[in-house]
Design a protein around this ligand. Structure first.
Ligand code: GSH
Length: 255
């Protein structure tokens, strides 16, 4: 988005956009550069929180795209990925000659391409805060990420969250409360979901998997995320995903 451009105010109860992976969806309304075929490479829907974030960001952008699932365990897939990009990191977006393998890079690219999509909040201060909290998720919360890995098929009632992960969760809840109070909810930056909600959605799902209690404001936010049709679609697909050789990764890998 050009930093000065403002979106029209959102209606009081806007419907959540449910764009499809279809390469033809709404193509007629897109700027010329956006009409190239977009392919988002992801890995496991059940375990890869970064894949989920990238996919939600694509959905929010409204850019039609195709999803390609790759197996990072397979050496030949890794070799192939390295031929296409200088990184094997997932998610990776290929679009109109660009290869972008980082979730924040994908969000910024799509925001420039489709400035009216509302990926970032319209207000300058909200946009700055949005970028800051997305950066904090992207670069931090290592204890949470390693000790409560995403696993959408699991339920771990009564899980003990140790102190480092607990302080990550407390910090995240403080960020959520601050955003919900400042911008009025139900999403972190007001009436519409933004990149920040895509970034924190996997944290909500981890809290559910590991039975983490939340205060009333954060619980309401968790329900907003769980009611997001795109999140529901992702979870349903994760539950259908064939089980991979992943058992040893479950409590070790940082996803
Ligand atoms: N900072 C990256 C993180 C992506 C990441 O760590 N992806 C993991 C899967 S969830 C990956 O591709 N790992 C490949 C490997 O470790 O070989 C982003 O924002 O997209």
């Amino acid at each position: 988005m050009s930093e000065t451009k403002r979106r029209k105010p959102a209606p009081a109860n806007p419907p959540v956009k449910a764009a499809t992976d279809s390469p033809t969806a709404a193509a007629a309304d897109l700027p010329a550069a956006a009409k190239a075929q977009a392919v988002l490479r992801i890995s496991s829907r059940n375990y890869s929180s970064w894949s989920m974030r990238g996919w939600l960001i694509l959905r929010l952008s409204g850019l039609p795209f195709r999803t390609e699932v790759v197996s990072l365990d397979d050496p030949s897939t890794r070799a192939e990925l390295l031929l296409q990009s200088s990184s094997i990191l997932i998610p990776s977006l290929a679009h109109d000659g660009a290869e972008i393998w980082d979730t924040s890079g994908i969000a910024e690219y799509l925001n420039e391409l489709l400035p009216e999509s509302g990926l970032l909040p319209a207000d300058r201060l909200a946009r700055a805060r949005c970028r800051a909290i997305c950066g904090e998720m992207h670069a931090g919360f290592h204890a949470l990420r390693s000790s409560l890995p995403m696993n959408l098929r699991a339920e771990v009632p009564g899980f003990t969250v140790w102190s480092a992960a607990r302080s990550d969760i407390e910090r995240i809840c403080a960020l959520w409360r601050d955003c919900l109070t400042t911008w009025g909810g139900p999403w972190l930056f007001g009436a519409q979901p933004s990149v920040a909600d895509a970034m924190y959605a996997p944290v909500v799902l981890r809290c559910r998997t590991y039975d983490v209690p939340l205060d009333a404001a954060c619980e309401d936010y968790a329900k907003t995320i769980l009611g997001w049709p795109d999140v529901q679609e992702w979870i349903a697909a994760a539950k259908e995903e064939p089980e991979a050789r992943i058992t040893e990764l479950e409590f070790d890998a940082e996803f």
